[in-house]
Design a protein around this ligand. Structure first.
Ligand SMILES: NC(=O)C1=CN([C@@H]2O[C@H](COP(=O)(O)OP(=O)(O)OC[C@H]3O[C@@H](n4cnc5c(N)ncnc54)[C@H](O)[C@@H]3O)[C@@H](O)[C@H]2O)C=CC1
Length: 299
């Protein structure tokens, strides 16, 4: 049976992966807290990474864990780099020694946002903030090791668990009559469960020879819902689709510019990702972001 070591299982994607990966093998979930199997893996502590991988002897390591606080990363660059930039390389090294494969997640924030059409995997990254720089360093670290891997870049994740834009908007709509939301950053809101389901769907295509499959397909792939919108457009759709609309106090949703809502980290103005490569390679039909949202709010 395939042994799958999963990090970040308390996070948005990791939580969903715990369920979807179960169909592919035995999932051993580890994190910063001591797990039920007595293991602790803190990505800012390389020794704990090596120790856990040695103990578990996985066939596959799936790493959705990350330092994801985009604004806080500006004031904690060393910790963000340790978790997002250095740890993926340590994971990849340890996996290579064992003959295991790696699935890793990255972000649309590796791009500068100057384009007006979706970024492909060939486009040159140029991150505008510390978080994006550290995530790019993580991608490069994995690639440099040359372990069989998939790096899945996604964007604007949300779901009914964790800390995300959807839950913030739903909470604020019950508390406030007026909300101002940024309308000049464009991307693709993506449901965390969709990422986990497609990850499992891709891996299920390689169950006969997982390492051969990952070797053949190693590389970076863009994986998001299809279509694009602004944060304002996303907020508007959230309020329209919410089945509990009657509980909202909200009367006015106002579109503002990023200049009117300054944040410590600069965000790319445009970060839509072109998903043709992943759709073609693995035969995936990616749903629209609106379809994703309807499913989440209808559940
Ligand atoms: N949240 C978003 O909007 C986006 C996220 N991504 C990427 O997708 C992946 C999944 O993101 P989410 O599920 O939203 O993240 P999340 O913030 O919901 O969860 C992160 C997980 O990482 C774990 N973690 C953090 N620091 C750790 C450490 N030092 N040692 C061990 N575990 C640690 C946390 O405990 C948590 O389980 C990440 O690689 C992230 O960079 C990409 C684009 C957008």
């Amino acid at each position: 049976m395939t042994r799958i070591l999963l990090t970040g299982s308390t996070g948005q994607v990791g939580w969903e992966l715990q369920r979807t990966l179960m169909t592919l093998g035995e999932v051993i979930a580890v994190g910063r807290e001591i797990s039920s199997c007595g293991l602790l893996m803190d990505l800012s502590q390389p020794d704990t990474i090596r120790h856990v991988i040695r103990e578990v002897q996985p066939d596959l390591i799936v790493n959705p864990a990350a330092y994801t606080a985009v604004d806080k990363a500006e004031s904690e660059p060393e910790l963000a780099m340790a978790v997002n930039g250095t740890a993926p390389g340590v994971i990849a090294e340890a996996a290579k020694q064992l003959g295991a494969g790696v699935i890793h997640y990255s972000t649309d924030y590796v791009f500068n946002g100057h384009q007006a059409t979706p970024y492909t995997e060939q486009d040159e990254p140029e991150p505008q903030n510390i978080y994006g720089k550290t995530k790019l360093a993580g991608e490069k670290a994995i690639q440099a090791v040359g372990v069989p891997h998939l790096i899945l870049r996604t964007s604007w994740l949300y779901g009914l668990r964790g800390k995300n834009f959807l839950l913030t908007m739903l909470k604020l709509a019950r508390e406030r009559e007026e909300l101002k939301v940024v309308d000049d950053q464009v991307g693709a809101p993506t449901w965390s469960r969709m990422i986990a389901e497609f990850t499992a769907q891709i891996l299920s295509q390689g169950t006969q020879d997982l390492i051969g499959f990952l070797n053949k397909n190693s590389g970076i792939y863009h994986l998001t819902a299809s279509g694009q919108t602004s944060w304002y457009g996303f907020a508007k759709a959230i309020f329209e689709f919410d089945s509990k609309r009657s509980e909202h106090k909200l009367k006015n949703l106002l579109a503002i510019s990023s200049q009117q809502y300054p944040t410590p980290a600069t965000r790319p103005a445009y970060s839509s990702l072109d998903t043709q490569k992943i759709s073609r390679t693995f035969g995936l039909a990616l749903p629209s972001w609106q379809r994703n949202l309807e499913l989440v709010l209808g559940s």
